[in-house]
Write a protein that binds this ligand. Sequence first.
Ligand code: ADP
Ligand code: MG
Length: 248
Amino acid sequence: MSAWFGDHQVLLDVSLTMPAGQVTALIGPSGCGKSTFLRILNRMHELVPSASLAGEVLLDGDDIYDAGHRLIDARKHIGMVFQKPNPFPAMSIYDNVIAGLKLTGVRASRDEKDHLVETSLASAGLWKEVKDRLRAPGGGLSGGQQQRLCIARSLAIKPRVLLMDEPCSALDPTSTRVIEETMGELQKELTIVIVTHNMQQAQRVSQQCAFFLASQGQPGHIVEHGDTDAMFDSPIDPRTYDYVNGRF
Ligand code: ADP
Ligand code: MG
């Protein structure tokens, strides 16, 4: 796919398969279009008035941009977690977890909601810490807990894909470790795509990796992608070698 903001092309011929059951890491310098790529994957890109796109996004073979594919379907199947944890601060932990249900048109009984809140928080690695204070505001949690609350909120809609845009950049190492462990469990049931500037994190959590670059007037594109270990151990492109080894 290729993408633009007005006349400014930000992605050029990006083509990537992100396999189910695996974590795919997107790496590359700031401004090379990683966040734009993620937003295209869940149809947030089209919310920017100047934004345009050429290409397709196939989810199990169906193009989410097809006329028959509604925005709400993309929202149901594709969850997203951002760099800055963004729970609704005044809303209770419980209500934060189920906040996505209404947006995606899912109806649930009280018992179903209770169950969903517990399972989503457990999958996000937060249940034990908050089960006695589900009515407390989400904004009262620590940064790492808030990010796991946001993961739980994404999981409550039972997505098939979880997109994570630098989810640990604002977190301390301990919270980061908890989230990485959570990802290890979640990937068994989900396709996970993570943008990270932390090369060790990319190596720890991902099986596939794609290196994005925008250079000398060239829009963001993928220089190299493939098996994470291979890409870090023996990158093919010298620019990948320099980037993963911290040489600029
Ligand atoms: P990354 O996540 O790799 O840092 P981004 O996807 O955020 O890169 O940005 C890619 C390019 O698109 C940058 O040149 C950025 O300035 C531009 N861009 C991002 N969002 C917008 C927007 N809403 N309007 C115009 N340009 C944008
Ligand atoms: Mg970004």
